[in-house]
Design a binder for this molecule. Sequence first.
Ligand code: NAD
Length: 388
Amino acid sequence: MIIEPKIRGFICTTAHPTGCATNVQRQVDHVVIKGPIPSDRKRVLVLGCSTGYGLASRIVTTFGSGADTVGVSFEREPGEAKPASAGWYNNRAFENRARAAGAKAVTIEGDAFSDAVKAETIEAIKANLGQVDLIVYSLASPVRTDPKDGVTYRSVIKPYGAPVTSKTLNTATGEVSEISVEPATEEEAAATVKVMGGEDWELWIAALAEAGVLADGFTTLNYTYLGSELTWPIYHKGTLGKAKADLDRAAAAIRAAHGAEAAHVVALKAVVTQASSAIPVVPLYGTLLIKVEDELGLGEGPIQQIDRLFREKLTNLKLDDEKRIRVDDWELSEAMQAELKKRWAALTTETLPALADLPKYREEFLKLFGFAVGGVDYSQDVDPRVVN
Ligand code: NAD
């Protein structure tokens, strides 16, 4: 079949197998060209392994440090005439390349929040890795069912305390407008912490510890976004920021139980992913950031960020006051932020083309689903069940 993008709001409901495989190959190439990353962490569990920062983490540990991995993600399988989710294609493309390179790569597709998937993952670790030296927690989900009581919680992306008015962008039309978002209720804020906070991270570490599959001296990383003052009202000071603050609490609890180096929250830069496209205001900030970072020669996508995390930051650990590792240093540099703030103030529908880069943002969004990938012939018939 010929597979074309079908965009519904901030999601694309189709994905292209060849485009996804090409994306994975390019990320592998990025790491291989930069050369090996010496590390003792050879047995790695990646939660949220199929796209964005989790996929990049799996690629960097495998192709940079020669690690064997178990990955967990939530995917849709293909049908005879129905494309799979992009993450399903990415998982298959990753496994093919990892195994060809001599690395073990086992992927579990299911709900990482459930006890059943935790048990299945532990069995896969025992059978394939023995134990794990590194656990990367990179889940981004709008919903979580608590395995203890079966209650389903939904996260909301809203301000906390007071309403927020901000500029925003309709990425389909290029229109810049003002939105006002009402603050979350206490119940909504608590639900967001339930979904995106540290509780499930702690449950994973507890389950792995109880099963005896955590290696001595293991480390676990969880990814956060602190970001620019421009997005603070909707993000850092909003419900998602509350959930992210809970990661700092969970990291401290894991360190208290397992040692000073056992857990770190890692602050990463804003990139275009399925998760970030859904956040109001963030796509407008993203179109500006893409332009300014390219002009300053500091542009990075997920693979560049995660490569820098493992190659430079983890080998020479420097922590901020909250004991976080910072890879958002370029995004938050004074030069970058001063330029972003200046342009933000001048942003209108008319000035957007000169100040920001919406075409590149759209291209990055399509690439998440294997579209707009250079070198792929989209007029070719493909079998949606096959990915190389
Ligand atoms: P993403 O949407 O690309 O990836 C999310 C991953 O979680 C996918 O592999 C998906 O399959 C998996 N997942 C979702 N629900 C699941 C479930 N129930 N069970 C199993 N797997 C599930 O997201 P991302 O942007 O790479 O985000 C990963 C982390 O990085 C998040 O904590 C996010 O807050 C953080 N982060 C993102 C940005 C950004 O700009 N995108 C910036 C800094 C930090």
